[in-house]
Write a protein that binds this ligand. Structure first.
Ligand code: ADP
Ligand code: MG
Length: 366
């Protein structure tokens, strides 16, 4: 396997990493000013890096094909080319725009976060690279600033209009707590994951692409609904507003219904976690999935199939699509100790019916 030393002939000065994340509940609420509840997964992206004296950036990734191609550009000459290198260019572009002084560097990226599976490999890359650059060039940036810079890079350079959740999770979450985040005020609280719980994350093998249309279409629909309703963000609405929002034209009424009910489900999920009510937490997962499938319409047949298989398992409390949708992964809550076996069983049944190649990402093999 290639590494930094093979590519550049010496050891890196700096090595930094950041985790992927799974969102437990609160989907597409972040760009509406609402609530989210992600947690870090064990898989991480690592960036090894040595600063250069000139403006050249040399970078290769272990995750973009074999053998890894070395890409080059100059700091100050960033230009999107609709390729993975845009995530790297986006970060240096955003740092420069924010007035941070950086030079060129040699870098090597490697990750075990699956790309394009709803586990936020993009934010893991952005935050790992930002951490490496912060260390290499002594940048004065706190973890919140890193998250915001990552989001700006993805929004304004890559062209994917993602909210702040992924970068906040990559920068601030850990594996033992969920990060309960109010994306409007940016207030956050770490809520311990119940001890008697196994998380399962099953990748459906159906890849999505954030930078493509569907995600941005949902954002535009939410903005249009806000105009029609005369509110700044859908966060400004609550359950008592549903009669009014149901009168919106299709499909805006459904989109709004999802956001309003999903925000409430995040609040209810935090309460359920705090009192350790796993059956209630599980019901909220299933309700969230139905809302994404029917109202927000971001699920696909394969994902629905996994959720239905989960329903037949007595050890599973709840299951739902996680991430931006249109493919990706399902997150499930399982009775402690059962996660790996139940996850494998669902994966096998799903593979047999769908012909897809699923991957059980969490829990790791015992
Ligand atoms: P997700 O964040 O859910 O994995 P995205 O579509 O937001 O999916 O981001 C995936 C894209 O991010 C990849 O197609 C690639 O361009 C870039 N990316 C993520 N991780 C890496 C990596 N380790 N090496 C190179 N590019 C990466
Ligand atoms: Mg992403």
């Amino acid at each position: 396997m290639t590494d930094f030393q093979d590519l550049y002939g010496s050891a890196p000065t700096v090595v930094a990493d950041a985790p992927g994340r799974v969102n437990l509940i609160g989907e597409h609420t972040d760009y509406n000013g609402g609530f989210v509840l992600p947690t870090a997964i064990p898989q991480r992206t690592t960036v090894a890096l040595t600063p250069r004296r000139d403006r050249a950036v040399h970078v290769a990734s272990a995750n973009t094909g074999e053998p890894p191609a070395l890409r080059e550009y100059l700091i100050g000459m960033e230009n999107p080319i609709h390729d993975w290198i845009d995530y790297v260019q986006g970060i240096t572009w955003t740092l420069r725009t924010a007035g941070q002084r950086i030079r060129g560097f040699d870098a090597w990226i490697s990750s075990d976060v699956p790309l394009g599976s709803g586990l936020s490999s993009s934010a893991a890359l952005e935050v790992a690279l930002l951490r490496a650059l912060r260390a290499a060039f002594d940048l004065e940036l706190d973890d919140l600033a890193l998250a915001r810079l990552g989001q700006t890079a993805e929004n304004d350079f890559v062209g994917a209009h993602v909210g702040i959740m992924d970068q906040m999770a990559a920068s601030l979450a850990d594996e033992h707590t969920a990060l309960f985040l109010d994306t409007r005020s940016m207030a956050y609280q770490r809520v311990p994951l119940p001890a008697d719980l196994d998380l399962i994350v099953l990748n459906s093998g159906v890849a999505h692409d954030h930078a493509s249309g569907d995600y941005n279409t949902r954002r535009a629909e939410c903005e249009r609904a806000c105009e029609l309703l005369g509110v700044r963000q859908l966060r400004d609405l609550g359950i008592t507003d549903l009669p009014r929002t149901d009168a919106l034209p299709e499909p805006l009424n459904r989109r709004v219904r999802h956001i309003i009910t999903e925000n409430q489900r995040v609040l209810d999920a935090v309460s359920a976690m705090q009192v350790g009510d796993l059956p209630h937490l599980g019901q909220l997962f299933y309700a969230s999935h139905a809302s994404m499938r029917d109202d927000y319409q971001i699920s696909v047949m394969e994902i629905d199939m996994i959720v239905e298989l989960a329903r037949r398992e007595p050890d599973i409390y709840g299951a739902r699509l996680t991430g931006g949708g249109f493919g990706g992964a399902v997150v499930m809550l399982a009775h402690k100790g059962s996660g790996y076996n139940v996850g494998q069983r669902i994966a096998q049944a799903y593979a047999a019916t769908s012909g897809r190649t699923p991957a059980l990402l969490v829990p790791a093999k015992p």
